[in-house]
Design a protein around this ligand. Structure first.
Ligand SMILES: NC(=O)c1ccc[n+]([C@@H]2O[C@H](COP(=O)([O-])OP(=O)(O)OC[C@H]3O[C@@H](n4cnc5c(N)ncnc54)[C@H](O)[C@@H]3O)[C@@H](O)[C@H]2O)c1
Ligand SMILES: C[N+](C)(C)CC=O
Length: 485
């Protein structure tokens, strides 16, 4: 079988593909079969230097263009992405193993949404006039300079565009390092931005492992680092960036609560819990993996959940009927199987799933544990796989306290027909991205990001502009200067 996945070269720098085979080989593995479908090379120091030099050289002219001119290029890139949605979705599926049924609606489309949204905003990014009696001041919204984007493997197209779109709209240039597990999609985004008219050097892609990321983070030419990844990586990157006083955005992990009250519409709550635990085979940062269900409806909830999960179509991700794909890698498969074993050993009740599927790929059944207690490992640690922990509760204040008893703070959800209670509870939950009678919506118009250990800063919406620009204040005196001597 020949795969249409081998890129022209490993890196994309200054508007063209660049290869340097001196870098370590990174095999790209199709998670549904375990086959190697492409090979790229990690960026050597020379490659990293070339990418940063290109981004640095391109930045002043890019920032000097009008916002409308930059916005037109981003909007054109969004249009191209929409026209090629099918091909880009297939590539995302090769890269991640996520079912085509999902990638057709969630990945390239979300990338296009971001480019379109920030393309539209680019022309209206302004400072303000501050009247001060007879004097006045004004602010100028300026670009930061060269930004580094570092991606996780679960949404490679979306992550590249959620970072590039606001960065480029504000007049910054970017060097993006995709996850070593999914290196393919960002290269296509770079190609498309060039085709849409982005000058060489405005968006560059360098492949590599954590060491390449670390090299990018500490380079003095870099003004800002935006990472999507785990909390441990976030801590390393944040402190490396802090020692150079760089701006950061940290989109990190979670162990989010989803609370189902006794008056909830059970079918909607089950639907929300399915979306919030099994979409992308559970490999979603904001997933509501601690599902607190009121004791009065717990068994009903579990029965309905088990019935609905029988409808999951597990198999070939390229078949549009498939709704549940493999883990992204053998490593992730092993991690998730380890957590399932811990759930069993620590006494959680296995309701459904729990097994690896022997297909040659990295498949695990959608898995639900009930009677989970707060102390169990599967209730405390991010699993990043299709493992739902159902916990009982009876009292509103008690469940809020338990929901908040974690270092994470990415998301939280509430299902109830009582809207006063919904808003009251959401108001007390420590999370950045919250949902009422829904789960995992992430439209570009709304800010997305975490509190506590789950992150710093926000992606999307107007909020992201604050994180990719800085204000210069100019004081203007209209009369004479009165100095004391
Ligand atoms: N909050 C969000 O928006 C969001 C979205 C998707 C995934 N995630 C999180 O990402 C994690 C899964 O992704 P992962 O396994 O790829 O995460 P990871 O932390 O292992 O790696 C993320 C990226 O950081 C790079 N990296 C590793 N060490 C580095 C270092 N010292 N300096 C610079 N870069 C370094 C990796 O090469 C990779 O590109 C989960 O915790 C998940 O919750 C968060
Ligand atoms: C940002 N989101 C929720 C779409 C994907 C995170 O893993």
């Amino acid at each position: 079988m020949t795969y249409p996945t081998q890129p022209t070269a490993s890196h994309y720098i200054n508007g063209q593909y660049v290869e340097d085979t001196a870098g370590a080989e990174i095999p790209v593995i199709y998670p549904a079969t375990g086959e190697v479908i492409a090979t790229v090379h990690a960026g050597t120091e020379t490659v990293v230097d070339k990418a940063l030099a290109a981004a640095k050289a391109a930045q002043p002219a890019w920032a000097a263009m009008t916002g409308r001119e930059r916005g037109r290029i981003l909007t054109r890139a969004a249009q191209i992405i929409r026209e090629r949605n099918y091909d880009l979705s297939v590539l995302e599926t090769w890269d991640t193993g996520k079912p085509l049924q999902e990638t057709l609606v969630a990945d390239a489309t979300s990338a296009a949404d971001a480019l379109e949204y920030f393309g539209g905003l680019a022309g209206s990014l302004t400072g303000e006039h501050i009247p001060l009696g007879e004097n006045w001041a004004y602010t100028v919204r300026e670009a930061l300079g060269v930004c580094v984007g570092i991606g996780a493997w679960n949404y490679p197209t979306q992550i590249a565009c959620w970072k590039a779109s606001p960065a480029l709209a504000c007049g910054n240039t970017m060097v993006f390092k995709p996850s070593e597990t999914t290196p393919l999609c960002a290269l296509k985004i770079a190609e498309i931005l060039t085709e849409a008219g982005a000058p060489p050097g405005v968006f560059n892609v360098v492949q590599g492992m954590g060491e390449t990321g670390a090299q990018l983070v500490t380079d003095p030419r870099v003004a800002k680092v935006s990472l999507t990844g785990s909390v441990p990586t976030g801590k390393r990157v944040y402190s490396a960036a802090a020692s150079h006083m760089k701006h950061v955005t940290m989109e990190l992990g979670g162990k989010s609560p989803l609370i189902v009250f006794e008056d909830a519409d059970i079918d909607n709550a089950v639907g929300g819990a399915i979306l919030g635990n099994f979409y992308s085979s559970g490999q979603v940062c904001s997933n509501g993996t601690r599902v607190f269900v009121h004791s009065a409806i717990k068994e009903q909830f579990l029965t309905r959940l088990a019935e609905r999960l029988k409808g999951a179509v597990i198999g070939d991700p390229m078949d549009e009927a498939t709704s549940f794909g493999p883990m992204v890698s053998e490593r992730q498969l092993e991690i998730v199987l380890g957590y399932i074993a811990k759930g069993k050993a620590e006494g959680a009740r296995l309701i459904t799933g729990g097994n690896r599927l022997e297909t040659g790929g990295f498949f695990i059944e959608p898995t639900v544990f009930a009677d989970v207690t707060d102390e169990m490992t599967i209730a405390r640690e991010e699993i990043f796989g299709p493992v739902m922990a159902v916990l009982d509760f009876t009292d509103e204040d008690e469940v809020i306290e338990r929901a908040n008893a974690t270092d994470f703070g990415l998301s939280a959800g509430v299902f109830t027909r009582d809207l006063s209670r919904a808003h009251r509870v959401i108001g007390k939950l420590q999370a950045g991205a919250c949902f009422i009678n829904s789960y995992n919506d992430a439209p570009v118009e709304a800010p997305f990001g975490g509190v506590k250990a789950s992150g710093v800063g926000r992606e999307n919406a107007k909020a992201a502009i604050e994180h990719y620009s800085q204000l210069k204040t100019v004081f203007v005196r209209m009369g004479d200067v009165e100095a004391p001597y």
